[in-house]
Design a binder for this molecule. Structure first.
Ligand code: MEV
Length: 310
C-alpha cells in the first residue's frame, strides 16, 4: 500500500522565540506544501537511500512512536529547508499523518499535532508547538491568545510550559516573503536565546515585551486593523534583533520593504531564513528585496492543513 500525506509551511506573524517560554504567538499556513509518501520495504529508506536518522532525528522519533520499521519514505517539498517557513514541522506533520493512515490509526488533528510536536521537540532540543500546530490545522493559529480572539483547539504541555492552541479568523492580507538563501537551523537559535535569557534580566524583559505586543497584534488582526498589525510587526522585528536572532540581510530587506509596507519583520527562528512584509504593494516590495540580493515571493495564507490521500 502506498500512502501520501501533505502539510503546509507557515509564517509566524508575531511571537516567535518568546512562544518557547509560553508567550502568545500567531502563525498562518502558507500555500507551499511538504509531501510525504510511504510504503512497506525491506529496510528503512529516505528518498532512495538508507535513512540517516542522525541527520533526521524527527523521522526516527515518529517511526519509533509508532513502532514502525522497514518503510520507504519519499519526500517532495516546495518549502525551502531551514528558511523559517516551517519545512521541518511540515515534514513531521505529513509523515505522522501518512504513518497513521498506513497503520489504519485515526487521522485526528489533535493526535497528529501532539506527535509531530514531540518529534520536533526531540530534533530541536526545545520547541513550542506553533509550527506543528499551524501545519496540522492550517488556516490561522494562535497560541495562548485571549478567549475572544480564537476558538480553542487543543492544549499542549511540555516541561514547565503549556500552550492553548486556537483557530483564529484570517483577514485578507498580502504577505511578501524575502528569503535570504541562508540556511539557519532552528535548534541553535533557540539555544542562543535560552542562554541570553538565563544570563540577562534584560533578555527576559524583551521576551515579555514580545509577548505583550503580540497580544496587541492579535487584537488588531481580529479587528481587521492591518495598519496597526503592520506597525506591531515592525516593532517585533526590533525586539527580535535585540535578542540577537536577526542578521544583516534580514535587516536590509526589512528596511527596504518598509517604504511600501504596513510592517515587516523576520519570521521563524531568524539568523538567516526569511522575513515577511505585510503590504498592498507586493510588486514594489518584491523589487526592493530583489535589488538587495534577496529572493522574494508572494504567499497565499490561511490555506488548509494536513491532508491524507484517501
Ligand atoms: C520557529 O519557527 C519558531 C521558534 O519560536 C521556535 C519554536 O517555537 O519552536 C523560533
Amino acid at each position: 500500500m502506498i500512502t501520501t500525506a501533505t502539510a503546509p509551511g507557515k509564517l509566524i506573524v508575531l511571537g516567535e522565540h518568546a512562544v518557547v517560554y509560553g508567550k502568545p504567538a500567531v502563525a498562518l499556513a502558507i500555500d507551499k506544501r511538504f509531501a510525504c509518501t510511504i510504503q512497506e520495504s525491506d529496510a528503512t529508506y529516505l528518498n532512495g537511500n538508507i535513512a540517516d536518522f542522525d541527520s533526521n532525528p524527527h523521522i526516527r522519533k515518529i517511526l519509533e512512536m509508532h513502532g514502525l520499521r522497514n518503510i520507504a519514505i519519499t519526500t517532495e517539498s516546495a518549502i525551502p529547508p531551514s528558511s523559517g517557513l516551517g519545512s521541518s514541522a511540515a515534514l513531521s506533520v505529513a509523515l505522522t499523518a501518512a504513518v497513521r493512515k498506513h497503520l489504519k490509526k485515526e487521522i485526528d488533528e489533535n493526535d497528529i499535532s501532539m506527535e509531530a510536536f514531540e518529534a520536533e521537540y526531540t530534533a530541536q532540543g526545545r520547541a513550542s508547538p506553533i509550527d506543528t500546530s499551524c501545519s496540522t490545522h492550517g488556516k490561522g493559529v494562535a497560541l495562548n491568545c485571549p478567549k475572544d480572539v480564537g476558538k480553542h483547539l487543543w492544549t499542549i504541555s511540555k516541561c514547565s510550559e503549556s500552550w492553548d492552541v486556537s483557530d483564529i479568523p484570517v483577514p485578507r492580507m498580502t504577505f511578501v516573503v524575502g528569503y535570504t538563501g541562508i540556511r539557519a537551523a532552528t535548534g541553535p537559535l533557540v539555544e542562543k536565546v535560552k542562554k541570553f535569557r538565563e544570563h540577562s534580566r534584560f533578555a527576559s524583559d524583551i521576551i515579555d515585551e514580545i509577548g505583550n505586543i503580540t497580544l496587541e497584534g492579535m487584537k488588531a488582526m481580529n479587528k481587521n486593523d492591518i495598519e496597526e498589525l503592520g506597525r506591531i510587526m515592525t516593532q517585533d522585528h526590533k525586539l527580535l534583533s535585540i535578542l540577537g536572532v536577526s542578521c544583516k540581510e534580514l535587516n536590509k530587506y526589512v528596511d527596504a520593504s518598509l517604504a511600501y509596507s504596513y510592517g515587516a519583520k523576520l519570521t521563524g527562528s531568524g539568523g538567516g531564513g526569511s522575513m515577511i512584509a505585510l503590504t498592498e504593494r507586493p510588486d514594489l516590495v518584491c523589487e526592493a528585496i530583489r535589488l538587495r540580493g534577496g529572493q522574494p515571493f508572494v504567499v497565499r495564507t490561511g490555506v488548509d492543513g494536513v491532508s491524507v490521500d484517501p
